[in-house]
Structure formats: structure tokens, C-alpha cells
Design a protein around this ligand. Structure first.
Ligand SMILES: Nc1nc2c(c(=O)[nH]1)N=C([C@H](O)[C@H](O)COP(=O)(O)OP(=O)(O)OP(=O)(O)O)CN2
Length: 132
């Protein structure tokens, strides 16, 4: 996968976690994530791109917008699940894969993988990668 394009957004949510592992984060707390969504391809399309950056930015913004300013403890999409940074990465990546699949070529043309990283601070982040 020699080529990739990454677009950045951010996400503000509230949540709490179940499990002694999480210590004080078992209580409701807020989090602001920087979201990096990467699209990988083996080859460029006929326009010379992996994916249109404008389309990618809008697709990511739609997903982050569906999460932001929400208490994810009350969001039916995550019932019974800890909305860890890792799980939110996978959620964003899977929604992006769905959005891409709905697009006709050339938008969906050569993308072979999606990699989403959520930075929860300058010293901690998580990543989820999937192939298409
Ligand atoms: N692998 C993950 N570990 C943790 C996540 C996560 O999403 N994935 N999230 C949290 C908390 O939501 C928060 O980000 C940090 O809470 P905090 O209590 O400060 O957790 P720490 O592990 O940094 O410190 P403690 O020693 O547990 O107090 C936590 N972990």
C-alpha cells in the first residue's frame, strides 16, 4: 500500500467506562479527540489521487458530527460497550468503509484500506486499520 491520504477532524464526547481497569474513568468524563482518517491504495486512480480529499473530509465530518456533543453512554449504537478510544477508531473506520462503498467510481476506485487514529492527548492515541 504505497499511497495514502489522511484527513483530520476532531471529536468531543462524554462517556464513562465499566470495569475496575478504568479507575476514575468509571465516572462520567469528557474527551476531545483529534481524529486522523487515512485511506490507502496500491495505485492512484486516473485523476492521480487515492481519494478526493474534499469527499474524505466531508465523510469524516459527518461521522464525527454524529458522535460529537453526545453522552455516548446514552447512544444506542454503543449499548453495553465501553466507548474506548480503540472502539471509537473502529466505529469511525467502519462507517467510512460504508460511506465509501456507497460511492460510485472514481471516488471509491482504488482505496484498499482505511486506518483511523484517535489522539486522546499528545502522549496517547489508538489506531484501527481495516482492509476493504
Ligand atoms: N486502552 C485504553 N485505555 C484507556 C482508555 C481507552 O480509551 N483505551 N481510556 C481511558 C480514559 O477514558 C481516559 O482517557 C483516561 O483516564 P484515566 O483515569 O486518566 O486513565 P489512565 O489509564 O491514564 O490512568 P489511571 O492510572 O487508570 O488513573 C483510560 N484508559
Amino acid at each position: 500500500m504505497p499511497y495514502s491520504v489522511t484527513v483530520r477532524d476532531h471529536l468531543m464526547i462524554a462517556h464513562s467506562f465499566a470495569g475496575e481497569t478504568f479507575g476514575p474513568a468509571q465516572r462520567l468524563h469528557g474527551a476531545t479527540f483529534v481524529v486522523d482518517a487515512g485511506f490507502g491504495a496500491d495505485e492512484l486512480d486516473e485523476d492521480g489521487v487515492v481519494v478526493d480529499i474534499g469527499w474524505a473530509s466531508r465523510a469524516v465530518a459527518e461521522i464525527t458530527g454524529s458522535l460529537s456533543y453526545r453522552n455516548l453512554d446514552e447512544d444506542p449504537r454503543f449499548t453495553g460497550l465501553n466507548t474506548t478510544t480503540e472502539r471509537l477508531c473502529a466505529f469511525v473506520a467502519d462507517r467510512l468503509a460504508e460511506a465509501l462503498a456507497e460511492q460510485p467510481a472514481p471516488v471509491s476506485g482504488g482505496v484498499t484500506s482505511i486506518t483511523v487514529t484517535l489522539h486522546e492527548s499528545h502522549i496517547a492515541w489508538a489506531t484501527y486499520s481495516r482492509s476493504l
